[in-house]
Design a binder for this molecule. Structure first.
Ligand code: PLP
Length: 395
């Protein structure tokens, strides 16, 4: 396989807009109304082709190390582009878990500043990694929601103090769709000298994430959901001043200043955010991951965000007409792509929708409906009609 032929030249790719113009790329819509991007994005034809390219290249050329390293750098650049960041400030990870574990391994938690503050809406991995640090002297402080499900920034202000090393506020809750005011929380944390980690997994690709204005010191996420890639590939962006300050003790040879020196004589982490990379790059995930991110970049996140907002407005209007209890707040900046609706039996509701070829998911007592660039108004209307037919399962 001639590697020079593998990339589609930029000027040959058509201009895409969200909705019908992109929907043909996703075979699942031939038979299914897919509304579960919060679990996994739908598979695009070009993402499938990229995944197959990994096997074809392996067959044709054997170990394609140079190309794999190039794909790793293509992934880094694609993440950086989405984040409005520089590639040098982005670590390529195998998961949020790997990145966050490396991050906390760089924190001194044995001294006075040993607290990790976590919102109640963090993904389990963030909470579990925080609590694992109790073995290293950390104390974990939980910031819980009010009765209406919101976590006002004042709750973070009460929890964060001079003992806080790290405050974790997920950008959008995977459970309920609540969106945190990351900038306001970061301002509070920085006034106390604490770092802020924003897990953007439920936002990146469907909501603009601009690290220049977000306020967080570290932003993480991955390709499985709104970036349309597969499992096994993630990122962690770090503010550039942190690179020299933070020395991860959880590391690997791809974090070294010279990977191919192959030295076992010392620990010499890379000067860039690559010091938070780990071992062999997640090669099979790089191909589809880069292809998915290219598709998102072609359509553009601002256009996707506006498209999803308009679909969600239609969805919320229909849910109100059904008298459903929407758990996700509706205010400006209070939610992302995910809308959660209270159900008396969420598993039965997901199953009932599945019989009508509508794919959704559940968390807690909520039905999760998450729309993306490929959804159209007819999808919303189909979902609403199916919910009307199963009204007794809505709380
Ligand atoms: C908010 C959020 N963070 C993290 C993850 C996944 O973490 P990891 O990449 O470690 O599997 C998910 C979903 O799988 C998620 O929804």
């Amino acid at each position: 396989m001639d590697r020079a032929d593998t990339d589609t030249p930029r000027d040959q790719t058509p201009d895409l807009t969200p909705g019908l113009s992109v929907r043909d790329e996703f075979a699942i819509f031939e038979h299914t109304t897919y509304a579960n991007s919060c679990s996994q994005g739908a598979l695009a034809n070009r993402v499938r082709a990229a995944a197959e390219e990994w096997l074809t290249g392996w067959d044709a050329n054997g170990a394609e190390w140079e190309f794999w390293v190039e794909r790793n750098e293509a992934a880094r650049a694609a993440f950086a582009g989405l984040l409005h960041a520089e590639p040098d400030d982005v670590a390529v990870t195998t998961s949020v878990s790997q990145g966050v574990s490396a991050l906390v391994s760089a924190l001194d938690l044995a001294g006075e500043r040993n607290r990790i503050v976590i919102s109640e809406y963090e993904f389990p991995t963030v909470g579990q990694i925080a609590h694992a640090q109790e073995l290293r002297g950390a104390q974990v402080v939980h910031v819980r929601p009010e009765a209406d499900g919101r976590i006002p920034v004042e709750r973070f202000a009460e929890a964060i103090d001079e003992r806080t090393a790290l405050a974790c506020c997920t950008a959008v809750s995977f459970r309920s769709g609540h969106r945190h005011d990351v900038s306001a929380i970061a301002e509070i944390a920085h006034a106390k000298g604490a770092l802020v980690l924003a897990d953007s997994y439920q936002a990146i690709g469907a909501l603009e994430i601009d690290v220049r204005t977000l306020g967080a010191d570290v932003v993480t996420g991955g390709t499985v959901k709104y970036l349309l890639g597969s499992a096994g590939l993630g990122f962690m962006w770090l503010r550039d001043s942190l690179r020299s300050e933070l020395l991860p003790t959880q590391t690997g040879w791809f974090a070294d200043e010279d990977i191919f020196e192959m030295s076992i004589a010392d620990y010499s982490p890379h000067a860039s955010a690559r010091r938070f990379d780990s071992g062999t790059p997640p090669v099979p995930s790089l191909y589809p991951g880069v292809a998915g991110m290219e598709l998102i970049a072609e359509v553009g996140v601002p256009a996707i965000e506006a498209h999803v907002r308009s679909l969600n407005d239609r969805l919320l209007e229909g849910l109100d007409a059904l008298g459903a209890t929407v758990v996700t707040p509706r205010g400006d900046g209070e939610h992302g792509p995910l809308i959660c609706v209270l159900s008396t039996d969420p598993n039965a509701l997901v199953a009932a929708l599945t019989t009508e070829n509508i794919i959704t998911s559940t968390r807690d007592s909520n039905l999760r409906i998450s729309l993306h660039l490929y959804n159209v108004e007819e999808d919303v209307d189909r979902i609403l009609a199916a919910l009307a037919a199963n009204r007794t399962l809505l709380a």
